[in-house]
Design a protein around this ligand. Structure first.
Ligand SMILES: NC(=O)c1ccc[n+]([C@@H]2O[C@H](COP(=O)([O-])OP(=O)(O)OC[C@H]3O[C@@H](n4cnc5c(N)ncnc54)[C@H](O)[C@@H]3O)[C@@H](O)[C@H]2O)c1
Ligand SMILES: [Zn+2]
Length: 351
């Protein structure tokens, strides 16, 4: 079992994490154990986890980003109240980023904060969403506008959960794995670029390598004042595309799909104003365009730019980018003209 111990939280990764979870729950003597999951993780993951737990109350919500809302947060708080949860209760979040964001938010705010533990079940949540303490819900179609920072007590990662995860969800996770490589680890990017099929049961080493990048950055800058902005590469344009897709599309883009487009566009901007070389730019475009289907929805520059200006990451109407000087090296806090953003979107459409 691999282990990372931080001041506020611990991460365990391996096949035997559920035994470790059971041991910790017994030692902590929590007054009540709640488990939040969605309909898919209830079906696929709960049967694996439940034999290790006793006396739990389960809370199941429908799957999907559309349910990461204050209404479902209320439902979770109501469950806590109905079962007399006190401050010594704990919430286990068994699911992807929707569950870890929503459940973490509910736990961090209930009675001014109860403990919560993440058991991520998607690749994206294993390397990204379950780590770093950003919690929250979407509000009126805007992503993650209501939220708080708080770390889980523990994160238990078992790549075995990926066995039932649909291929497209694995690809989503790979977008974040690749983002970590692009901002910090050129060798990892080269490895990813060479790999087209994975033996997911044996992907623990790659997951560990990727999540270590996030853990190290979050440790230096927990509240995103500075270097943590590195993790936003691809997300300025990507989040706007994700929101626009939520507003317009019957089947909205997933987070990973949207940021894959965002990374292509922001690599274009990086090449234009930060000196990212042509060959590195090309390998980034190749990576995403060969693995992700071309987005067929609308990419309206004027609408996306308004969304970017409203993004919580930006100040005084200026759009803030994290760009690449080269693979493995970022430049934070770059502003650029609207025309260049427009050009980058045109470039994506021309692929
Ligand atoms: N807090 C952060 O730092 C952070 C970082 C990145 C993303 N996020 C958030 O994470 C969310 C995206 O996360 P996600 O991609 O994990 O989405 P998700 O939680 O919606 O999971 C994707 C799909 O996979 C299903 N699923 C999950 N585990 C499964 C399994 N083992 N087998 C079968 N099906 C399974 C889910 O039910 C869902 O349908 C977004 O809301 C995004 O904003 C947060
Ligand atoms: Zn992301």
């Amino acid at each position: 079992m691999k282990e990372i111990i931080q001041k506020d939280y611990e991460i365990f990764l391996g096949d035997e994490i559920l035994e470790k979870l059971a041991e910790i729950l017994i030692n902590k003597e929590y007054s009540k154990i709640f488990v939040l999951m969605d309909s898919n993780t209830h079906k696929h993951c709960w049967p694996i986890v439940s034999p290790y737990l006793v006396n739990t109350e389960i809370i199941v919500i429908p799957a999907g980003e559309a349910n990461k809302t204050i209404q479902y947060a209320e439902m979770v708080w109501e469950k806590f109240q109905a079962h007399f949860a006190d401050r010594s209760a704990v919430l286990l979040n068994l699911g992807g980023g929707v569950i870890t964001d929503l459940g973490g938010f509910c736990a961090a705010t209930y009675k001014r904060g109860i403990d919560f533990i993440n058991i991520p079940t998607t690749l994206l949540s294993m390397v990204d969403a379950s780590i770093g303490g950003k919690l929250g819900v979407d509000f009126k179609s805007y992503k993650n506008v209501i939220g708080v920072f708080k770390h889980p007590k523990y994160i238990f990662i078992n790549p075995g959960f990926l066995a039932t995860l649909p291929e497209e969800e694995k690809r989503n996770g790979l977008a974040e794995v690749c983002k970590h490589a692009l901002i910090e680890d050129k060798a990892l990017f080269e490895k990813l670029a060479k790999t087209t099929t994975y033996d997911w049961g044996k992907s623990g080493a790659m997951i560990f390598q990727s999540l270590k990048i996030k853990v190290a950055i979050v440790k230096k800058d927990p509240f995103e004042k500075d270097i943590r902005k590195a993790l936003n590469f691809g997300h300025t344009i990507g989040h706007a595309i994700e929101t626009s897709s939520l507003l317009h599309d019957k089947t909205p883009l997933k987070h990973g799909e949207a940021i894959a487009i965002g990374m292509i566009c922001e690599a274009f901007i990086s090449k234009s104003i930060q000196g990212l070389s042509n060959s590195e730019f090309k390998s980034i475009c190749d990576y995403f365009s060969t693995r992700f289907p071309k987005y067929k929805g609308k990419l309206i520059a004027a609408e996306l730019i308004v969304l970017m200006k409203n993004d919580k990451k930006n100040r005084e109407g200026l759009i803030n980018f994290t760009l690449l000087k080269k693979i493995g090296k970022v430049k934070l806090d770059v502003n650029c003209h609207d025309e260049l953003i427009e050009k980058s979107l045109e470039f994506y459409k021309s692929l």
